[in-house]
Design a protein around this ligand. Sequence first.
Ligand SMILES: C[S@@+](CC[C@H](N)C(=O)[O-])C[C@H]1O[C@@H](n2cnc3c(N)ncnc32)[C@H](O)[C@@H]1O
Length: 228
Amino acid sequence: MQRDHREQLNLSWQANADAWTAAVREQRIESRRLVTDAAIVQAILALEPKRVLDLGCGEGWLCRGLIEHGIEAVGVDASEPLIAVAKKAAGGAQYRVCGYAELPEQAAQLGLFDVLVCNFALLEEPLAPTLEVLHQLLARDGRLLIQTLHPWRACNDASYRDGWRVETFAGFGEGFAQPMPWFFRTLESWLALFSETGWRLQWLQEPLHPESEQPVSLLLLLSSERQA
Ligand SMILES: C[S@@+](CC[C@H](N)C(=O)[O-])C[C@H]1O[C@@H](n2cnc3c(N)ncnc32)[C@H](O)[C@@H]1O
């Protein structure tokens, strides 16, 4: 069952690539426009990195933004069509098709990064193997930055327990051909996962919607416990 969810997750990012690209580039997603895009960019810039790896980079908006700040940006994503549109608008960023499962074999070519960033891109279960592998990509004193849905908001009326949910992209515009399964995690579960995989929490932020003043996302900065 879990494999089916992961296959459908992967398939959705192939099938929805054009619709997603339009939604992002036309700034149709209010929470991104008002809150979360600025939150992740600001968190990265505060770390003053030279080299950043954007994991699950999608159509590449974040890498393009970092290049404008003189930061070397590399994006990886499992979706070939998303990497194709990212490359067309690269503006100096580098992109490569690479699922998280392929990171161990691609690590040597990718090199080391001051910041690893996952912006709404850790959607599957199990995640521990991916989080384990990220240590290999981290330069000395590097950091891992994760922005994800705020579990208390994303939970809606369902029970507050880990489990697969489905995103239909309603309200994101037309052309979303395939629903996306994604794995909901409670805050307790996220923190346990980081602890199990050798990541120490440096800080956690809860960016708020400016009008409702409800938390829109969880933003976490982590350091590696595997570095001497
Ligand atoms: C919600 S989109 C976010 C894209 C981008 N980070 C952004 O902020 O616009 C999730 C992205 O994660 C990618 N993704 C999900 N699971 C992945 C995996 N196992 N390996 C590589 N990419 C993955 C998808 O292809 C998709 O581009």
